[in-house]
Design a protein around this ligand. Structure first.
Ligand code: NAP
Length: 370
């Protein structure tokens, strides 16, 4: 049985990954060990190992790290330096900019993943959550090379920032719940808004109120007035597709708990009728589905609450725009902890297992051939 190590199993991504491994029966086909940087003792799968125990790490065939970029920066080169030759699959962004490390999103780039494995590539990295969700939503358009450019405005959930931030959003809500909500509405609004900027309001992790607010900047500043999250849109799309397509993003953190939503304006190279546009989206993969562009279906199916905890990537509000031929707009929602993070990692471990098994079968067949 292949040995699988999971680092960061109790964080947002790691815990969703563990759930998926369990649901999909993967825990029966891998011998799985959980690692932690801060916990010792027993975890859900037995004895926890230290994430800095290099001997234990080196005994793994596959490591999935959901710990974060700082951990990867420190431990990955040291482990490779000690001669470890297993497969490393990472959720954090650190390895994404490395030229030879493929960003994995197998419904979009399975061929490249297979080619990399055959080429003895051992490091793989999951994509940025909004980019992966956008690419799956538009897979049918990208696969036909129809996209001239995309403009994305994102509405990203608190859990996208990590478990501490989501917990803090809950405590911000709880903080407001303690207020007297009766009485004159304008007076109440003033009091609640005042509470958001009071020194007792919990903002240690998020740095700002997120309840009753939104934050139009995610991650660090890069260049040209862009946030790093926005920069990733163009960079990662190009890396996954193997060619540059202009993607401009404006990324906003909102008070949703889970799921990233995106409003996309798209220019296609061809002026397709709307039904053809929708058919391309529906037929590309089993998760992206067009929702009829009416109020009832939109509000029932195209919200973070409707999508949370599912692999569905609904694509709605699809319209041709008055800007000219080939211009469309749409709105899409996806669970950033599933298709935006844990699911490509889980599937990659299975792809590696299949690849190894094929190799073993091939070796066996060769050893039996006359
Ligand atoms: P997270 O929830 O902050 O968890 C990271 C680590 O924090 C955990 O593995 C855990 O490690 C530690 N931790 C400390 N106290 C904790 C507590 N009370 N509850 C849970 N964990 C605690 O981070 P994350 O959102 O999973 O992100 C991990 C990596 O994936 C990051 O690089 C992130 O950029 C990337 N990513 C995240 C998302 C997302 O939607 N969140 C999507 C795509 C990629 P120990 O057990 O070792 O202490």
């Amino acid at each position: 049985m292949m040995k699988l190590g999971i680092i960061g199993w109790r964080g947002m991504v790691g815990s969703v990954l563990l759930d998926r491994l369990n649901e999909c029966g993967d825990l029966d086909i891998f011998n799985t060990t959980l690692f932690s940087t801060s916990q010792t003792g027993r975890g859900p799968l037995g004895e926890l190992k230290s994430s800095f125990d290099y001997d234990a790490l080196a005994s793994m065939d596959i490591i999935i790290s959901c710990q974060g970029s700082e951990y990867t920066k420190e431990v990955h080169p040291l482990l490779r330096g000690k001669g470890w030759n297993g497969h490393w699959i990472d959720a954090s962004s650190h390895l994404r900019t490395m030229k030879d490390v493929p960003i994995i999103l197998d419904p979009i780039n399975r061929k490249d993943i297979d080619a990399a494995l055959k080429n003895n590539q051992k490091d793989f990295v999951g994509g940025n959550c909004t980019v992966s969700l956008m690419m799956l939503a538009l897979g049918g358009l990208f696969s036909r090379d129809l996209v001239e450019w995309v403009s994305c405005v994102t509405y990203q959930a608190a859990s996208g920032a990590g478990s501490a931030q989501l917990r803090e959003l809950f405590s911000q809500i709880a903080h407001l719940k303690e207020m007297d909500l009766s009485g004159d509405i304008l007076k109440l609004e003033k009091e609640v808004t005042g509470a958001l900027s009071h020194s007792s309001f919990p903002i240690e992790s998020l740095q700002h109120p997120l309840v009753g607010n939104l934050l139009p900047w995610i991650d660090s500043e890069v260049e040209d007035g862009m946030s790093k999250e926005e920069w990733k849109g163009a960079f990662e799309t190009a890396k996954i597709l193997g060619k540059y397509i202009p993607v401009e993003s404006l990324c906003v953190r909102v008070g949703a708990f889970r799921c990233h939503s995106q409003a996309l304006t798209i220019k296609l190279k061809e002026d397709l009728p709307l039904d053809e546009f929708e058919n391309l989206i529906n037929s590309h993969n089993e998760w992206a589905r067009v929702i009829p562009n009416n109020k009832a279906d939109t509000l029932k199916h195209l919200t973070p609450v409707a999508v949370s905890g599912t692999l569905s990537i609904p694509v709605g509000r699809v319209r041709k725009l008055s800007f000219g031929p080939g211009h469309y707009s749409l709105f899409t929602v996806g669970d950033q902890l599933l298709w935006g993070a844990a699911e490509p990692l889980r599937r990659m471990a299975r792809i590696i297992l299949d690849f190894k098994n094929q190799g073993l079968r091939r070796d066996y067949e060769l050893s039996r051939s006359p």
